[in-house]
Design a protein around this ligand. Structure first.
Ligand SMILES: NC(=O)c1ccc[n+]([C@@H]2O[C@H](COP(=O)([O-])OP(=O)(O)OC[C@H]3O[C@@H](n4cnc5c(N)ncnc54)[C@H](OP(=O)(O)O)[C@@H]3O)[C@@H](O)[C@H]2O)c1
Length: 339
């Protein structure tokens, strides 16, 4: 098969050996699309090795494709099924084997490209917001770094919870295009005349305001802040938090260290937690998959939740796809396609 292969800290389209099913619980998938994530870039640079047992030279955490073969103990899937899911690596290849604990059947009508961009973002955002931060209906939520995969998934989940959502992006010219991704027929879009914010009112009572980071305090105090940037902005998060509020530290795009006034943490009775998804056990991923299947997949199937695709490249152009990812200023996911 062909795959995106890491060699000398760069990524190339190369020929490599096919995966082979070795356990009765595994499925073999003909991958039709695989999405890029920040972790893949770190893996290419040698800074984020996959868990033991996973090839270090093929990145890729999410895929969509067609089942080719199933192990003897597999009852949920059969050859020919359209599937999508999360894996600890190796997804950016023409074939992939997986134990399937984090595998879904693709809802009818969803393309492989849309399907592949779902899993990593929604597993991460669901785990952080709904399970760890225990997000309830009608809460005030802030999502930072909101134009990326995780940020957009977090916005959708908060909208489903009828929350008042603020989503921040650092480029003013992304504000309106990002807001438009969440618009559906019947929704109302209100733009600030200066172009520094856009608000959508949803029929279920949720609202979404897209703004610049410096305007986040205008829409606080926040019950939950899902932070993909972190670093030096953690003290600001704390100052914008409501009493008993929660900060979920999920990405460190702004840095890995911060100094906070712990008196404020105490006074607000605040919670700050961090989380990573990739190293979770198969059991934990299976439990998450079940909840997402029941609570989110129906919304993906009927279009109430969508996956935004910023750009799509054939696998043979994997180097261009990685370059595009590094350029930033994207809205949603960058996808590799396999024919
Ligand atoms: N903890 C976990 O389990 C877990 C799981 C998955 C991902 N993550 C992490 O979560 C983060 C987001 O993932 P993603 O898939 O959503 O990535 P993504 O699609 O690349 O989106 C990241 C967004 O953050 C913005 N951004 C980057 N640096 C920024 C900065 N210093 N200040 C403000 N905005 C900035 C980017 O905007 P620009 O266009 O301006 O660059 C982009 O819109 C990554 O760090 C990733 O490693 C964590």
């Amino acid at each position: 098969m062909h795959a995106a292969v890491i060699k000398d800290k760069s990524i190339s389209y190369l020929s490599t050996e096919d995966p082979v099913i070795t356990s009765e619980n595994e499925i073999l998938v003909a991958v039709r699309a695989a999405a890029l994530n920040a972790a893949d870039l770190l893996q290419v640079s040698g800074n984020y090795p996959p868990p033991p047992g996973i090839r270090e030279d093929i990145p890729g955490l999410e895929y969509a494709g067609i089942v080719l073969e199933v192990g003897k103990a597999v009852t949920k899937f059969k050859p020919g099924d359209r599937v999508m899911g999360l894996v600890p690596g190796e997804a950016q290849a023409e074939k992939l084997k997986t134990a399937g604990e984090a595998t879904f059947l693709i809802p009818d009508g969803l393309s492989f490209e849309e399907a592949t961009g779902f899993s990593e973002s929604f597993f991460t955002a669901y785990d952080a917001l709904i399970i760890r931060a225990n997000l309830k209906e009608y809460r005030n939520v802030l999502v930072t770094g909101a134009a990326g995969g995780i940020g957009m998934a977090a916005v959708w989940l908060s909208v489903l919870k009828k929350c008042k959502v603020t989503a921040s992006v650092r480029h003013r010219d992304l504000i309106e295009p990002l807001a438009r991704h969440f618009l559906r027929p019947g929704d109302t879009l209100l733009s600030d005349a200066t172009g520094s914010s856009c608000t959508i009112e949803f029929p279920n009572g949720a609202t979404l305001t897209v703004c610049l980071p410096q305007d986040e305090p205008l829409y606080g105090d926040y019950d939950v802040i899902l932070d993909l940037i972190s670093g030096e902005r953690i003290p600001t998060n704390l100052s914008m938090l409501t009493q008993n509020g929660t900060i979920a530290v999920i990405g460190l795009l702004g840095g890995a260290t911060s100094e906070i006034d712990l008196r404020l943490l105490l006074a607000k009775r605040a919670t700050i937690f961090g989380s990573t998804l990739r190293s979770r056990s198969a059991k934990e991923k299976a439990e998450l998959r079940l909840r997402i299947e029941q609570e989110v997949l129906p919304h993906l199937a009927n279009g109430d939740v969508q996956v935004a695709i910023h750009a799509s490249f054939p696998l043979v152009e994997v180097d261009k796809a990685y370059k595009k990812f590094k350029e930033g200023k994207k809205i949603g996911k960058i996808i590799l396609t396999m024919t």
